[in-house]
Design a protein around this ligand. Structure first.
Ligand SMILES: NC(=O)c1ccc[n+]([C@@H]2O[C@H](COP(=O)([O-])OP(=O)(O)OC[C@H]3O[C@@H](n4cnc5c(N)ncnc54)[C@H](OP(=O)(O)O)[C@@H]3O)[C@@H](O)[C@H]2O)c1
Length: 311
């Protein structure tokens, strides 16, 4: 006679093995700039995949690579064991995952939310998923399209330890070492903390670059000294050429998304009693970049906004 504990162990083992060999089917919802290369990596690793995107044209490369395509989100969710979300924001998640029709299909499935949203939103979505009979973990990422293509995203996981371990093999297709940060909400908070740095570091660098140029300092000399100093951050060199060329086309991360994340950060930082004036200043410069019609262009357009002078 087999005991309950033995049965539970066998079920867990079978589950872990099937995850290890990646036989479970994934519904990928949201194949935009980041979602498409992430879904392509899963396909390349032979993870069975069904994909949905609001704009169906963006699914063509996945279809060509052998993915199943769903016309509606609920069709993708009900066909899968696990659902990965790479959507813009919480509104999109409610629309795609938690509409009446979709939420009826969530029961028994694990939802992995990988977009950038606030800790409060993430917890609210977890509660809705759990109420619908599903499991929810958050796994926001640092890195952009090149890292998504190469499977080198830095993945921060907010989940219970068992949930983290159960989904680790799947997540390793997208990033080498997904890190368990803590409960749901903590990984979203960490992601916002890092994106605050993207906005602040880029605007600080852009201002110093503009200042050096207008005072006739050779940019090569400016960069040479900066690179030697403790002030240097690799992102400066990543964005330098775009700034020098005033070329913000074909973005990995558009200005409008940095605005979204900066607003999230300010809201959540205020809620925990921090002084947010420095990032609010950066937010004003981002608003100018948006007005200059850089919303869908690279966020290093902060440089163009800074060069436009004080408004
Ligand atoms: N780009 C980066 O470098 C980067 C890096 C790390 C994290 N992130 C985060 O990852 C998430 C996705 O970013 P992304 O760069 O891939 O953005 P994106 O190219 O704009 O893709 C957004 C996705 O969300 C879908 N969507 C938006 N609103 C929707 C709605 N109301 N209903 C249904 N679908 C909706 C879009 O569908 P359509 O195709 O129909 O518009 C698209 O699939 C964001 O939270 C972003 O902040 C981005």
């Amino acid at each position: 006679m087999i005991s309950y504990e033995q049965l539970a162990y066998i079920v867990l083992k079978v589950n872990t093995q099937s995850l290890g060999t990646q036989t479970m089917k994934v519904a990928f919802l949201g194949t935009g700039l980041m979602g498409l290369p992430m879904a392509q990596r899963l396909l390349a690793a032979h993870v069975p995949l069904i994909a949905f995107n609001r704009t169906p044209e963006k699914l063509e490369p996945l279809k060509a690579a052998g993915a199943e395509i769903a016309a509606k989100p609920h069709q993708a969710i009900s066909a899968a064991d696990c659902v990965i979300l790479m959507l813009t924001n919480a509104a999109a998640i409610y629309h795609v995952l938690l509409s009446d029709r979709s939420s009826r299909t969530v029961a028994g499935r694990t939802i992995i939310q990988m977009g950038t949203i606030t800790p409060a939103e993430s917890k609210e979505i977890r509660d809705a998923v759990v109420a619908a009979g599903g499991e929810y973990i958050e796994a926001p990422v640092l890195g952009s399209i090149p890292e998504a293509k190469a499977g080198e995203l830095l993945i921060m996981v907010g989940a219970q330890s068992q949930q983290y371990h159960r989904n680790l093999n799947l997540l390793k297709n997208l990033g080498p070492e997904p890190v368990l940060v803590g409960e749901v909400g903590t990984a979203s908070a960490l992601k916002l903390a890092l994106n605050q740095l993207i906005a602040s570091l880029t605007s600080a660098f852009a201002l110093s670059l503009g200042f050096a140029q207008r005072h006739d300092v050779d940019v090569d000399v400016f960069m040479q000294i900066l690179r030697e100093s403790a002030l240097y951050a690799p992102t400066f060199d990543k964005k330098l050429q775009r700034m020098l060329d005033d070329n913000y086309a074909n973005p990995n991360f558009p200005t409008k998304h940095l605005v979204k994340d900066t607003d999230f950060f300010i809201e959540e930082a205020k809620a925990v009693g921090l002084n947010t004036r420095s990032i609010e200043g950066v937010r004003k410069v981002l608003a100018i970049a948006m007005k200059m019609s850089f919303a869908n262009q690279d966020y290093s357009s902060l440089f163009a906004a800074i060069k436009a002078g004080d408004h």
